[in-house]
Design a protein around this ligand. Sequence first.
Ligand code: PEP
Ligand code: CO
Length: 453
Amino acid sequence: MAVMSDPLPAWTPSSWNALAAEQQPDWPDPQQLKAALTELCAMPPLVFAGESRALQTQLGRVAEGKAFLLQGGDCAETFAAFGADAIRDKLKVLLQMAIVLTYGAQLPVVKVGRIAGQFAKPRSAAVEQVDGVGLPVWRGDAVNRLDATAEARQPDPSRLLRVYHQSAATLNLLRAFTRGGFADLEKVHVWNQEFVAASSEGKRYAAVAEEIERALRFLRACGVDVTNDPTFHTVDFWTSHEALLLGYEEALTRQDSLTGDWYDCSAHMLWIGERTRNPDGAHAHFLSGVGNPVGVKLGRTATADEVSALAARLNPDNVPGRLTFITRMGAASAGRVLPELVRTVRDQGLAVVWCCDPMHGNTFLSGSGYKTRRFSDVLDELRTFFGVHAQEGTVPGGVHIELTGEDVTECLGGAQDIADMDLAYRYETACDPRLNNQQALELAFQVAEMLRP
Ligand code: PEP
Ligand code: CO
């Protein structure tokens, strides 16, 4: 990868177009694309600049070790799996995990969903062989359909509008749930779904919920106005997705009337994926000009020079909370690769949030042919992440997880001991395998142990 060599164009929302952008679809009809993007430009923003700034402030506390980041959701949202129950159940599991982490680690938890915009996927190859026929790969519902036909795989820019509208409806429900009483601390027990409640994690969660309810009764008895203090009744819940399709992101980028700065108003936080993280590339250039907090995935081939170059490009003013490095090295590589990167950042005095994605470096094809991950590998990578930061005196700031609120069977192991032959039972992901509700809760208990002061 080139490192900070060529001069880059001055930043505007569209200046990324002067650079070669990786992983963009071959839209067949430029006029149709232009029409869709023009329509998106006229749409209201999904989030406000002030919200992104508030998230950045919270992430600044994460960078200092005074809060912990929990980022999670589907690998890919889809049009087919859209519905109120799925959104509610994903929120439930994230709220449950946040409670377990807050209670166990005694730290505020910054809650960020991979939701309300996570519709575009980077792919390792542009073409896939299906029954001897080469088809363009599925690039997420933002681009084409998953069905294995040439017609379905044709990129269709009108899908970008559907992404916008589904994101708006999803975000609307999330705002209603988190402001309207569902996320009330007095309702912690309600987030334990029926099928989880009987499991060992469900019981462990119920015990934490009971403790919290006792603590609230205690506060009331002491005269604290629990009923009227909004702290107990609402939560901040933020949205994020991979900023992959730069045309879409550009179309939702707006100038903040308060500060004059540009914000990508498609989500509160955006990240750059492992395949598009060239510090001199179009994705880093685009995100360098928006005021949102940004993340960058770092896989096992990331070098110290790339990490410095990314920080220089994306966070030249070294603002805490602006930049999150999301490491996804794999359980077998993290111990070898992570320490040097962490030391580089530490020794250069760079303000970053270190977040561990223990999912994407641990994917493999099971014997029965499913793309899967072992829960034990996920925990191993997390343990290495915490171990490296303890050793280097740096802050393990958060976790980034692919999960669902449902009872799917996509990842192996966990307390349910899901085996290869069980994967077929409920393997529903459109892309990467997700932790199910019980596995996600189990992970939260384990991470809380790792975080315990
Ligand atoms: C993802 O987060 O779904 C993803 C594709 O990650 P990465 O860029 O780390 O491979
Ligand atoms: Co994924």
